[in-house]
Design a protein around this ligand. Structure first.
Ligand code: DX5
Ligand code: ZN
Length: 225
């Protein structure tokens, strides 16, 4: 079943616990945590201390999307802080296989992320190792950007590749997931939907998470009918 992962990037950080609680009541399956270092992406966000605080507050999986260089240096700290899923960028990891092994060796679920300009075929060899693949449907760094339409083709290609290889990883999509794009994204084959602005942007995260999830589930039903 398709699931919603609210991205706290667009939340009010001064009321983070309340915002996460509201998104959880709205049906969140996990909390998406965007970690940015100001090098790999032109923005800075948060790190293990915030993950640690969230861990005390929620039982939902914490899905940490690392948009950072030298990810290996920080993986132990994210494990210590209580992260559950950790995704690293294909474009930021010189030794991607090693990074994924390191994540798994710390008891977390490893995942790989690809930017819009990166072809799905480039990660084929490591697909058996991952819990999910995150397809970026905007250039990472900021919330509230527009969905890049060719991402749909990449989602379909990845779903096809998964079938060909007989694998079970999930397909996650991040960037511009909103009311007007969600149906096509689900129909293309995405199962984990990250949404920041569409959940937190209007100041009603419970209502807006629920509405987006309902729209996603409706599209899923239509696709399987
Ligand atoms: C962008 C982040 C996203 C971001 C998505 O670099 O990885 O998780 O929060 O934001 P929206 O849903 O607003 O496009
Ligand atoms: Zn993200």
């Amino acid at each position: 079943m398709v699931e919603l992962l609210p991205s706290i990037l667009s939340a009010d950080f001064a009321h983070l616990a309340d915002q996460v609680a509201a998104a959880t009541r709205g049906g969140a399956a996990a909390i998406h945590v965007d970690v940015m270092d100001g090098h790999f992406v032109p923005n800075i966000t948060l790190g293990p201390p915030v993950v640690k605080s969230l861990r005390r507050f929620t039982d939902l999986p914490l899905d940490c999307h690392l948009m950072i260089e030298n990810a290996n240096d920080y993986i132990p700290a994210f494990a210590e802080a209580g992260a559950n899923w950790v995704s690293v960028h294909y474009e930021a990891c010189t030794h991607l296989h090693r990074s994924l092994e390191l994540i798994a060796s710390h008891g977390m679920e490893p995942a790989v992320v690809i930017n819009p300009a990166t072809r799905v075929e480039l990660i084929q060899e490591i697909l058996p190792m991952v819990h999910h693949v995150l397809i970026m449907s905007v250039n990472p760094g900021f919330g509230g950007q527009e969905f890049i339409p060719f991402s749909l083709k990449k989602i379909r290609r990845l779903a096809e590749l998964r079938r060909e290889l007989g694998l079970k990883f999930k397909i996650e999509v991040d960037g511009g997931v909103a009311h007007d794009t969600v149906a096509q994204i689900v129909q293309a084959g995405a199962e984990l939907l990250v949404a920041g602005n569409a959940v937190f942007g209007a100041g009603a995260p419970e209502r807006d998470a629920r509405a987006l999830l309902d729209a996603a589930r409706m599209a899923e039903k239509q696709a399987s009918a």
